[in-house]
Design a protein around this ligand. Structure first.
Ligand code: TNX
Length: 535
């Protein structure tokens, strides 16, 4: 009889737990980037049509987060979440520190609470909350699914302040809808800076009203000579707003003094043709497309360069001795700064192979001053550290450890984008249908398995401003190409940037990315099925 009782009791206990744990745990939901701390309780929260959002704290600064959450949930569930004082999904601003991106997410059976000291923190809590539901949540069409999220508490904060991705819209122009799609995915991965590579030899993609031919002529073509385009200043501001709603700051790049053929094709008067080493014509480089030199009089005849649709670079340069060059840059930086709310302007500075070294240094120093004059801080590729950097300026490490070291020695911080790990345009392996491989083949495990603070000698944790994954588009023409190279690797880089190295684990990531893959499938994203994952 006693034994009988025990069996019945055990039966009840197991039925109780079976009912409680009616959904997967957080661990099984595949949260990426991995949160700092997860405490699972065995239960589930069910999202239903009667759910509503309650704002606590400064409601005005949270209302855009609430709108975002409702917009994300509506298509797949059909629920139209309203704001209500008794809502069971509570978004709470617990402090007033905009630089604090941490959050706390508590899911109970009948209530959800997402707290942060800044709206960004609350927003990241919302991202984790969304990832806690079945993948169908991310579908754009209504799904017949029981919307269960596991109960428990998550406390989380990012390791690095700058977590970015870059899109090269110069080599191939990438239009508004694809840019927004890219931003949407960045937001899901808690990335907060979006670097737009707006100009290069093959195209100038941002309208500058005082120099209209930049886009009329310089924006008229792209790699391969296909149909291209550019962003008007209004388009650009639409991107800024769309990103800002997702707590993403735009970093616009004007690449110079090299990578400037599109500008030199638009305005012949800027085209040096040549860097004249005072009178010594024997060491003169060949004129840059279009301009000519009259060797008898030592005179440069400035003509527009030809538009360029190839992929080899390193042949173009601004004339670093020409006053007009700096007037031009002043106009560009002035117009761009006026429509860029973020702190940073990226000044490029890479691969200026036909600019003489001394000229390059003078140029970078002058351009930094112009950027500072308009209230912004410069970021530049690691070569800029060969110049004297202004305090607070950032060097973006992509290839040269020595350059990055020069920046650290000057007391400047580093944005880590080592090409061998973080370049999204590198092929996965020799069979990848697009991509380059000059730096490395980068399979998913390689993109994941590195620690920015250990990667390069002379760069330690305190020197690192953040991590960025650039997508160069020499071989990328459309959304399918973008998706193939960016996913799943961007998720790996996002976790490298968000989670401390000692909380990351490749085996665990393999299991979680499989779940995230289902979210991508629900959105119709054609990601690369890396053989490193059992999808
Ligand atoms: C190097 S990275 C470049 C780009 C190319 C890229 C291709 C850097 C600062 N310069 O101009 O698009 O390689 O991977």
């Amino acid at each position: 009889m006693k034994k009988h009782n025990l069996i019945i009791t055990l039966l009840f206990i197991s039925i109780f737990y079976a009912c409680q744990s009616s959904g997967p745990s957080f661990e099984e939901r595949g949260l990426i980037p991995v949160p700092s701390q997860i405490n699972s309780s065995r239960g589930a929260f069910e999202l239903t049509g009667s759910a509503a959002i309650q704002l606590v704290g400064d409601a005005s600064s949270l209302s855009s987060v609430a709108t975002y959450l409702a917009d994300q949930i509506r298509p797949s569930t059909g629920f139209d979440l309203q704001q209500s004082e008794s809502g069971n999904i509570i978004l709470e601003l617990t402090g007033n520190d905009l630089s604090d991106e941490s959050y706390r997410l508590e899911i109970q059976q009948d209530q959800v609470k997402i707290q942060g000291n800044s709206p960004a923190g609350v927003f990241y809590g919302v991202q984790t909350f969304l990832q806690s539901f079945p993948p169908e949540l991310f579908s754009s069409e209504k799904q017949a699914v029981k919307w269960l999220a596991p109960t428990g508490t998550i406390e989380d904060a990012p390791e690095y302040e700058y977590r970015g991705a870059m899109l090269d819209v110069a080599r191939h122009f990438i239009g508004m809808e694809d840019v927004k799609h890219f931003i949407d995915q960045m937001a899901h991965l808690k990335l907060n800076y979006f670097h737009l590579h707006l100009t290069d030899d093959q195209g100038w993609r941002i309208e500058i009203k005082s120099w209209p031919k930049l886009t009329e002529i310089g924006g008229s073509t792209e790699v391969g000579g296909g149909e291209s385009g550019f962003f008007t200043q209004e388009d650009y501001q639409e991107i800024i707003r769309y990103a800002a709603e997702r707590f993403i700051t735009i970093v616009p790049e004007i690449d110079m003094p090299g990578h400037t053929n599109a500008a030199l094709a638009s305005y012949g008067e800027l085209n040096p043709g040549i860097n004249l080493p005072d009178g010594d014509l024997s060491t003169v480089n060949k004129p840059v497309h279009g301009s000519e030199i009259d060797f008898s009089s030592n005179l440069i005849i400035r003509e527009p360069a030809e538009l360029y649709t190839g992929t080899e670079v390193g042949f173009s340069t601004f004339d670093t001795d020409l006053d007009l060059t700096y007037q031009f840059i002043d106009d560009v930086v002035r117009e761009l700064s006026a429509i860029t709310p973020g702190d940073y302007i990226h000044i490029g500075g890479d691969e200026s192979h036909v600019t003489r070294k001394d000229d390059y240094v003078v140029f970078v120093e002058k351009v930094q001053e112009i950027v500072q004059k308009y209230g912004k801080t410069s970021i530049g590729w690691d070569e800029i550290a060969t110049a004297k950097l202004l305090s607070g300026n950032i060097a973006q490490f992509w290839a040269d450890e020595e350059n990055a070291g020069l920046a650290v020695e000057q007391g400047n911080r580093i944005l880590m984008s080592p090409a061998k790990k973080a370049y999204l345009d590198m092929q996965y392996d020799s069979t990848s249908r697009i991509g380059l491989h000059w730096a490395a083949y980068i399979e998913l495990d390689s993109a994941y398995l590195w620690d920015p603070a250990q990667y390069a000698s002379g760069i330690s944790k305190e020197d690192i401003f953040g991590i960025e994954a650039p997508l160069w588009t020499e071989t990328v023409e459309n959304r399918a190409d973008i998706e193939y190279l960016v996913f799943p690797r961007l998720a790996a880089i996002a976790e490298v940037a968000w989670a401390p190295a000692n909380t990351r684990d490749w085996t665990d990531f393999q299991a979680r990315i499989k779940e995230l893959g289902k979210d991508w499938e629900a959105q119709g994203i054609e990601f690369y099925r890396s053989p490193k994952v059992n999808w």
